[in-house]
Ligand binder design. Structure first.
Ligand code: ZN
Length: 141
């Protein structure tokens, strides 16, 4: 039904309650190569959603990573809720929930010339103050 509206145009009022999430995005939906897109995201039809959830859940990346990955590529009405349910119902995800995510250290290549890169971040609170830290390479050699 949604596909038909995308191809032939939408009525001036939302024709049915179950397609409200699509209707509210109607100006941002399009069809391409047999897929419906919302912006750059492929809209996954009901039969494919479980496979997508399983794919995103590979390696138990946790809810934040799963959502961020999903939001980059796919969408369906209630997707965030389905992602949350997947994690909540997974024993392994719940076991590891409190552990901080281990981020691999990322060594920066040495800058080729002064002022080519500046790192800025907040540090603290330390002694009730937050600090703005700025690092830059200002001299060669
Ligand atoms: Zn899991």
């Amino acid at each position: 039904m949604v596909v038909r509206y995308i191809l032939n145009g939408w009525p001036s009022k939302c024709p049915s309650e179950d397609i409200i999430p699509y209707y509210s995005r109607k100006n941002e939906l399009c069809s391409q190569d047999g897929c419906i897109l919302w912006g750059g995201r492929v809209i996954i039809p009901q039969p494919g959603r479980e496979a997508m959830l399983n794919e995103l859940h590979q390696g138990h990346p946790g809810i934040t990573r799963m959502k961020s990955l999903a939001r980059s590529y796919i969408w369906w009405p209630g997707m965030d809720n389905d992602l949350e349910l997947t994690v909540v119902n997974c024993y392994s995800c719940q076991e590891n929930r409190k552990l901080p995510v281990e981020a691999p250290l990322h060594p920066w290549a040495y800058p080729s010339h002064p002022w080519s890169r500046i790192h800025i971040d907040f540090a603290g609170p330390f002694m009730n103050k937050s600090f703005l830290i700025m690092l830059m390479h200002i001299q060669n050699g």
